[in-house]
Ligand binder design. Structure first.
Ligand code: BGC
Ligand code: BGC
Length: 851
């Protein structure tokens, strides 16, 4: 078959033992800078032999392509920053939609809009009327838990839950279904799976990982890959129902110091190979054709320009024969580079730049570097060939336009009942039962059940980050036409057995229940926004609810939604049963499948999930991984009860082990009306500072009063009453400052959740409300929001989002790398504001800079 692929052997590539293994193997980390010795890495033969027909085609294309066309081929632009016409004018080889980019800049655009845009890009790229060679563009997306950017798609559990399932074979079906749903909208390529081995759970991307053990991740990689791509050597490899996948992020993303996103990995070479490298060997053997370079560095060497890894190890030792794509402007972090200028990255082994908004200048600079020899013709041709080779393997040269492909436009497949049943099965298998004292679970279907907690009826929260938007915040149940909340599932199961369900977010009920299920957990986040300095779960609202219910003698079941194991000992103590649900996705009904008996009293499904991350006994965030020498988890890797276990979990210590100075909360400053450790709420009155420590307090000269006030729960907001000019400030208790420049680049905003209770103008002066930030002494920026707040007076609870860039725009000397006070709210007499939350949140188009 012309253009077909040939397997060497029977699909199992030969792996040879490394020629030498460094003697001091698994030392935790050393400071002296080691070197990569490729011979230390096992030699694996490329699993897929090259096809002569494809090689001939590549050669013919290269002979026809101008330098302009070649440079365009290796650049990928974001659909928010490029038009179909520009794709044609600049010969771009690929486009992507970033987490917050969607057709028409609408994250909730319908599937038809995606397909229409896919056609537009494809048509622009294939118009050969000027004599250019025919090379279709390809569109990549982060379909990381289902086709998760598209409204109506099936949302699978995030990888952390899938790892707990311990059923790698089910990944084949999940991969296939994800590929099918992507093709309904005409897309070609997904930036998944993440095969990071996460060693520090403070990393904001922990949930994107199957687990902390390299063997577990290595066992999952081939199944998910072949689910998406098909099996190398078969006729539908990368075709038909299948498509192109990416393994990411190469290499060492899960092992950075302190779990810092985009940080530095200082594992020894042997650890880099054995911990982080292991899944790449199995993935490449299973047919991985794209590897995404990682933002992280290894002893200061950024992967995006590090030839010893991108070429000498990946290509020469691991047998990789596809192309290396960069991460979002990741090349810009290489020494001597910017997002628009980086020959070092291409010379270091990158084959395609992900240059979302920087593509145009990058194109010009790269072209100049090709012309003056800073990039050699050989290197350029090699990169272009690698991209063309994969396009040929995918059959893109023979493919019709996106909307005419067999699965395109079959919108009924998005969130179809078959796909949802698979997602529900996966969610069910991924839940881990941590505690079930006196065998409270499963519940009798005829019971009176109270369902409480802010995640109970919240499909957005149960789905987490990378859902419709980048951060996954701001999703409502109506954004999931094909989803079900955990509450809805429990209601259905209990009512079927003749029982009753009451939903109450704060746990206050009208009818005393037999049992309460409290669903709570982390707010959605993605990437660095989720980085933390400790592992304490620090939202006390569920604890309050659980404690109140226990005091009334009501048995409690906790369902905990989180992207990682967190220290929840106080919540565990107030729960008779406790389920770690991770981020189960759109099929909340899975929870009831396990928790509620059938009307006949049978157990409908037992728990199968086993922890794929060790659960910490302390909140300190100290490294805790299966196989450690001094391994003292609360619940070990592999722990998970089933209904036949009679294990009783005794009362746990509530000593978290962290003190305020170990805590650095980057993105949450005020939560449920209270300053989040280490932030403190201060009142500023005529230059005098009063730190708020009591439920009722006044500033030095009485200009401002604060009162802890109820919104939904006891004292879950703070009422600020201004009697004269004064300011309310959020200040770091230890005087540490924050670098928010990365957040500003990602267009994050400062969000206030508030209601204006009153705004009357004093007779002697005009009203004024300003929102600002401080960056140390005499460094600040403040924006006028007077008319904004006055228009919101009496309108109930609102969210105000101020893009961080507004503060820099208002004052060019403002320094986002040194934020000491993320909120300075100045107001005049008569302003009465009730405030619940102050935090960083993503901009989904609502951001505003003030009057
Ligand atoms: C992430 C990648 C993702 C890419 C495109 C990056 O910031 O690190 O995992 O694939 O953006 O959205
Ligand atoms: C994009 C994401 C990307 C991130 C990187 C966001 O604006 O939507 O896809 O991963 O920026 O900073």
């Amino acid at each position: 078959m012309a253009g077909g692929l040939v397997l060497t052997g029977c699909g199992q590539p030969a792996v040879q033992a490394p020629e030498a293994v460094p003697d001091k193997a698994a030392s935790q980390s050393s400071t002296e800078k080691p070197m990569i010795t490729p011979a230390n890495w096992p030699l694996q033969q490329p699993p897929i032999a090259r096809s002569q027909a494809i090689e001939d085609k590549i050669k013919a294309l290269l002979a026809q392509m101008s330098p302009e066309q070649k440079v365009g081929q290796i650049i990928q632009a974001d659909i928010a920053s490029v038009t179909p016409k520009q794709v044609r004018d600049y010969y771009l080889g690929s486009v992507l939609n970033g987490g917050n980019s969607a057709p028409g800049r609408d994250n909730r655009a319908g599937a038809a809009a995606w397909l229409e845009l896919a056609d537009a890009f494809w048509q622009a790229s294939t118009d050969t009327s000027d004599g250019r060679p025919y090379i279709p563009v390809m569109w990549g997306t982060d379909a990381v838990h289902g086709h998760s950017n598209v409204k109506g798609a099936t949302i699978f559990p995030h990888n952390i839950g899938l790892g707990a399932m311990r059923e790698p074979e089910l990944m084949r079906e999940i991969g296939r279904v994800t590929a099918v749903e992507m093709q309904v909208t005409g897309l070609d390529w997904t930036f998944a799976p993440t095969i990071a081995v996460v060693r520090d759970d403070r990393w904001g991307r922990t949930y994107e990982s199957y687990g902390e053990d390299p063997q577990l991740v290595a066992s999952y990689a081939p199944h998910i890959l072949q689910g998406i791509q098909g099996v190398p050597g078969s006729a539908d490899f990368l075709k038909g129902q299948h498509m192109l996948a990416t393994v990411k992020h190469f290499l060492g993303d899960g092992g950075t110091i302190d779990g810092k996103d985009q940080g530095d990995n200082q594992h020894s070479e042997a650890e880099l190979r054995d911990l982080h490298g292991a899944p790449y060997y199995t993935a490449i053997a299973a047919g991985a054709r794209v590897v995404m370079a990682s933002y992280n560095s290894w002893f200061g060497e950024k992967m995006h320009g590090y030839r010893p890894m991108l070429n000498d190890v990946l290509v020469e030792r691991m047998g990789f024969d596809g192309f290396v794509v960069g991460d979002w402007n990741g090349h810009g972090q290489v020494k001597g580079c910017t997002p628009t200028d980086c020959a070092n990255s291409l010379n270091g082994g990158l084959d395609m730049f992900m240059a979302p908004d920087s593509w145009e200048k990058l194109y010009q600079n790269t072209l100049a570097q090709v012309k003056d020899g800073r990039i050699s013709a050989e290197r350029l041709d090699e990169a272009v060939s690698r991209v063309l080779r994969i396009k040929a393997e995918m059959g893109l040269f023979e493919q019709v336009k996106p909307s005419e492909r067999p699965l395109a436009g079959r919108y009924e497949l998005l969130g179809s009942s078959e796909h949802r049943a698979l997602a529900r099965q996966a969610a069910r298998k991924s839940l881990v039962l941590l505690k079930n004292n006196q065998q409270l679970l499963p519940l009798k279907a005829g019971s009176k059940v109270l369902v409480a907690g802010d995640a109970a009826d919240h499909i957005g929260k149960q789905s987490g980050g990378w859902t419709l938007s980048w951060q996954g915040s701001g999703n409502k149940n109506t954004d999931f036409p094909n989803g079900e909340s955990i509450y809805a599932g429990i209601k259905q199961a209990v009512e079927m057995g003749g029982g009753k369900v009451e939903l109450s977010e704060n746990g206050r009920f009208t009818d005393k229940p037999d049992v309460a299920v409290v669903v709570f957990g982390e707010e959605p986040y993605a990437e660095f926004v989720g980085d933390r300095s400790h592992l304490a779960f620090d939202d006390g609202r569920a604890l309050q609810t659980l404690t109140e219910l226990k005091a009334l003698g009501i048995p409690t079941v906790s369902v905990f939604i989180s992207g990682r194991p967190l220290w929840v000992n106080p919540e565990l103590n107030q729960s008779d049963a406790f389920v770690a649900a991770f981020l189960p996705g759109s099929e909340g009904g899975a929870v009831a499948d396990l928790l509620v008996r059938s009307p006949e009293g049978e157990i409908r499904h037992d728990f199968q999930g086993k922890l794929s991350f060790s659960w910490p006994a302390k909140a300190t965030g100290e490294l805790l991984n299966y196989g450690d020498q001094n391994y003292q988890p609360l619940f070990a890797y592999g722990y998970g009860l089933s209904y036949s276990d009679k294990t009783e979990v005794a009362k746990l210590s509530e000593e978290s082990g962290i003190s305020a100075d170990q805590v650095l909360n980057f993105s949450r400053y005020l939560h449920a009306g209270k300053a989040v450790n280490p932030w403190q709420l201060q009142l500023l009155d005529k230059g005098e500072v009063t730190v708020v420590t009591e439920p009722l307090q006044k500033s030095a000269d009485g200009a401002i009063e604060v009162a802890a006030t109820d919104r939904l729960q006891q004292e879950d907001s703070v009422l600020l009453t201004f009697h004269k000019d004064a300011a309310v400030v959020l200040n770091h208790a230890q005087g540490v400052s924050l670098d928010l420049s990365r957040q500003a680049n990602g267009d994050m905003t400062l969000e206030l959740e508030y209601q204006v209770v009153a705004m009357t103008q004093a007779p002697d002066a005009a009203a004024k409300v300003r929102v600002g930030m401080n960056c140390g002494d005499n460094c600040k920026s403040s924006l006028d929001f007077t008319s904004y707040f006055s228009s919101m007076s009496g309108k109930g609870w609102q969210s105000l989002k101020i893009p961080l860039r507004c503060f820099s725009q208002a004052n060019t000397t403002f320094d986002l790398t040194k934020i000491s006070q993320p909120l300075v709210l100045e107001a005049t007499a008569g302003f009465k504001l009730q405030l619940a939350k102050v935090r960083l949140a993503e901009n989904e188009g609502q951001g505003q800079c003030g009057n």
